[in-house]
Design a protein around this ligand. Sequence first.
Ligand code: NI
Length: 138
Amino acid sequence: MPLLYITRKEHFNAAHQLWNSNWTEEQNLAIFGKCANPHFHGHNFDLYVCVKGQPNPDTGCVMDLKKLKVIIREEVIDHLDHQNLNLDVPWLSGQMPSIENISVAVWHRIAAKLPVGVQLHKITLWETQNNFVEYLGE
Ligand code: NI
């Protein structure tokens, strides 16, 4: 049976600030640039969730993409959209809200909800038109 990879794209808007309180303001601005702005700033995030599996002989599909959409929205988008990632999201609290850390947290939330026979392959999170992170669970 062939193994296939399918991806669902979702979107959210959120605010954050990248700031290490062990550093001086100068160090923070040098490392994080505008992402260290004291009063937060927003991004339009694009989230791609790629799962892998073998197509079900009855449907021809790896999984129902409507179900994947619901999982992503309930586990991730509904928690992050129009929120402040530093302050409003319990499962991100205490972490630097970088796209790296968000991707790892999203991985665990999605992986726990997938149906039997479907595996999470990759989380891709775009923060700007030029910058994105990929996480494959390693
Ligand atoms: Ni930023």
